[in-house]
Design a protein around this ligand. Structure first.
Ligand SMILES: NC(=O)c1ccc[n+]([C@@H]2O[C@H](COP(=O)([O-])OP(=O)(O)OC[C@H]3O[C@@H](n4cnc5c(N)ncnc54)[C@H](OP(=O)(O)O)[C@@H]3O)[C@@H](O)[C@H]2O)c1
Length: 263
């Protein structure tokens, strides 16, 4: 007997990466990895809803997508402001894909981070993600299709100095994706984590050219930092129909850093 998968004509396979008719909310997409992901989802046919704290930083991005023929929109709220989040997200209509890419970092050493600082960062990076998923998940379950992609970090698994609150929040975010995966997949919604390594986003520009930045490049088997667009393929895959059986996974995009001891 031939396995049914082998009967799938190769020519239709690219369609399995299309997101036509889907709306994708990408948080933290005014710049950096969120922006690259939003642009890729738009190119795959989704209607992207960009997000950040400032309308003036989002407007040029929306303009860029619209100029390319993509029907983009934008929404503003601070992840720390749950009332603003609720009002903004509930006003968006159905969201089929949530890519949560906001992630703030406190690089101070452990002894300088007060319990209040720790709680505030975990609130923005982890607790707020739970609140956001609560807003979009019921609609996905009702419609029987959804994708939740939580952007974590290899720092959630690999320790570095100056990352205590960030690493704890990111590890929690990956656990949240797995927990969701266990609960919702039978109803058409998958939940996964997307874990970047060292990306040359604006936030890291000063670090890249420093001795520490050069050491990080050397530590990576690719011997370089990733270009921000290099996150897009993995995000699109997780969002796409092609990833229908990929659930509760952490997809690492780090050039091999976390797979190697000496590179
Ligand atoms: N870059 C890397 O090498 C790397 C590595 C591992 C993991 N990551 C993770 O990947 C994600 C993106 O990183 P990135 O370097 O691209 O980030 P980024 O350049 O710092 O971009 C952050 C985005 O999030 C928005 N934002 C920040 N704080 C916010 C808040 N409290 N409420 C609402 N929006 C907020 C910013 O918009 P406004 O400032 O305009 O509000 C911006 O659009 C993060 O979760 C990060 O932890 C990045």
């Amino acid at each position: 007997m031939t396995h049914p998968v082998s009967n799938t004509p190769a020519s239709i396979f690219p369609d399995r990466f299309r997101l036509d008719g889907r709306t994708a909310l990408v948080t933290g997409s005014a710049r950096g990895l969120g922006w690259e992901i939003a642009r890729a989802l738009a190119e795959a046919g989704a209607r992207p809803v960009l997000h950040g704290r400032a309308a003036e930083r989002l407007a040029p991005r929306v303009g860029e997508l619209k100029a390319a023929g993509f029907p983009a929109a934008a929404v503003t709220f601070d992840m720390a402001d749950r009332a603003a989040m609720q009002e903004a997200v509930d006003g968006l209509g159905p969201i089929d894909v949530l890519v949560h890419a906001v992630g703030e970092r406190d690089r101070r050493p452990f002894d300088q981070i007060s319990p209040e600082d720790f709680a505030a960062l975990v609130d923005v990076d982890l607790v707020a993600a739970h609140a956001l998923v609560k807003r979009v998940l019921p609609g996905m379950l009702e419609r029987g299709w959804g994708r939740i992609i939580l952007v974590t970090s290899i720092v959630g698994e690999l320790a570095t100095p100056g990352a205590a609150s960030y690493a704890a929040a990111k590890a929690g975010l990956a656990a949240l994706a797995r927990s969701l995966a266990a609960e919702v997949a039978s109803r058409g919604v998958t939940a996964n984590a997307l874990s970047p390594g060292f990306f040359a986003t604006e936030t890291n520009l000063a670090l890249i050219d420093s001795p520490a930045g050069r050491r990080l490049a050397e530590r990576c088997p690719t011997k370089r930092w990733a270009d921000p667009p290099e996150i897009a393929g993995a995000a699109l895959f997780l969002a796409s129909p092609a990833a229908s059986f990929v659930n509760g996974h952490t997809l690492v995009v780090d050039g091999g850093v976390s797979a190697t001891y000496i590179a």
